[in-house]
Design a protein around this ligand. Structure first.
Ligand code: NAP
Length: 317
């Protein structure tokens, strides 16, 4: 287990291994780690993927038994199977950062929180969209407003953003909730009141386990909340949240990157989601703290509990 080292200048870099070298590990985690002197990307664990110049191991067991000395792992595998990987890492005394969604079930994330606490290591369930630049100012602005209605429209092209990722439509793959949970992570961060679901629909392609489209209806306080998730959106992509208030409509676009407040021009500050997540993880490790929030996962679980399921045409990548 890593000691808590309180003087940032004296702190040695966190020796971190990335587990699951796929799209998000390559696109975001590796650049964010390489740009942050608080980290040393010491190893990877992936059955076929690797990062040039970094010692590679087949899986978590090979990593912890044969790999170099580590302080932490960051898991970029799909959520299905992540509980076992994270539990093995915690048992090895490592701090753990999880891609979203943290696990496939609520009991799994609660179990990891318990294991991490007992082992005295940090567990961080990341929600990268919450680190989008429009989210914190949106939360601050909404805190002083009456919320009248919330509309989420999250429509993207599965073939463009998840090419060949068969797991995403498989059991525990989340389907369209894989991107949709990002919207839920934002609304649960910016709205002053919790979101409660009242109804849902899920369209599951014939022969697949997870939905390719979904709708949600619910409320936050007395304000109606709707969400429209679609994985078959060609042409312009939509990652939009609108919140009607007593002071006009707030619009978060581009997945939380662009904020428009009533009567103002759109603001799109530089995106730094993954650098922000790794800065936060380093703080948590240094402080001996964990940050575990399963609220967006709970909403997806609730949707699965109440949804009307419809079988739709088969889907092929
Ligand atoms: P991906 O491209 O399929 O990469 C995941 C990697 O995990 C695979 O390359 C695979 O590497 C490894 N893996 C281990 N067990 C696996 C299994 N049972 N099935 C498939 N792969 C397995 O997926 P990704 O897009 O990077 O997404 C990974 C996680 O990041 C997901 O939770 C997703 O929600 C999240 N995420 C993705 C994006 C995005 O834009 N793609 C954005 C933000 C967050 P080996 O074959 O080498 O083991």
């Amino acid at each position: 287990m890593t000691e808590t080292r309180n003087d940032p200048a004296a702190r040695a870099p966190i020796r971190l291994a990335l587990v699951g070298i796929g799209k998000i590990a390559r696109d975001q985690h590796v650049p964010a780690l390489r740009a942050n002197p608080a980290y040393d990307l010491t190893a990877t664990a992936s059955r076929s993927g690797s990062v040039e110049g970094v010692p590679a191991f087949y899986d978590i067991d090979a990593l912890v038994t044969q790999g170099p000395k580590l302080d932490a792992v960051s898991l970029c595998t799909p959520a299905a199977g992540r509980h076992a990987i994270a539990a093995a890492a915690i048992r090895a005394g490592l701090h753990v950062m999880l891609e979203k969604p943290p696990t496939t079930t609520l009991a799994e994330v609660a179990d990891l929180a318990r294991l991490a606490k007992d082992a005295g290591v940090t567990l961080f369930t990341t929600w990268h969209s919450r680190a989008a630049p429009g989210v914190a100012p949106a939360r601050a602005w909404l805190a002083e407003r009456r919320i009248d209605a919330v509309r989420i429209v999250w429509k993207e092209d599965i073939r463009r953003w998840h090419p060949g990722q068969e797991w995403i439509l498989g059991t525990g793959g989340f389907g369209v909730f894989d991107p949709g949970i990002n919207a839920l992570s934002i609304v649960t961060a910016i709205l002053p009141q919790p979101v409660l679901l009242r109804a849902a629909t899920m369209d599951v392609p014939e022969g697949r386990a997870s939905p390719i489209a979904a709708t949600l209806t619910g409320q936050s306080g007395t304000a109606p909340v709707t969400a429209d998730f679609d994985f078959l959106q060609t042409g312009p992509q939509s990652w939009d949240i609108e919140v009607d208030t007593d002071a006009g409509c707030l619009h978060l676009a581009m997945g939380g990157s662009q904020l428009t407040l009533p009567g103002e021009e759109p603001r799109a500050d530089a995106e730094a989601e993954y650098p922000t997540l790794y800065a936060r993880f380093a703080e948590l490790v240094a402080g001996g703290l964990s940050d575990v929030d399963a609220t967006p996962l709970q909403l997806v679980a609730d949707a699965y509990l109440i949804a009307e399921r419809r079988t739709v045409a088969p889907f092929a990548f």
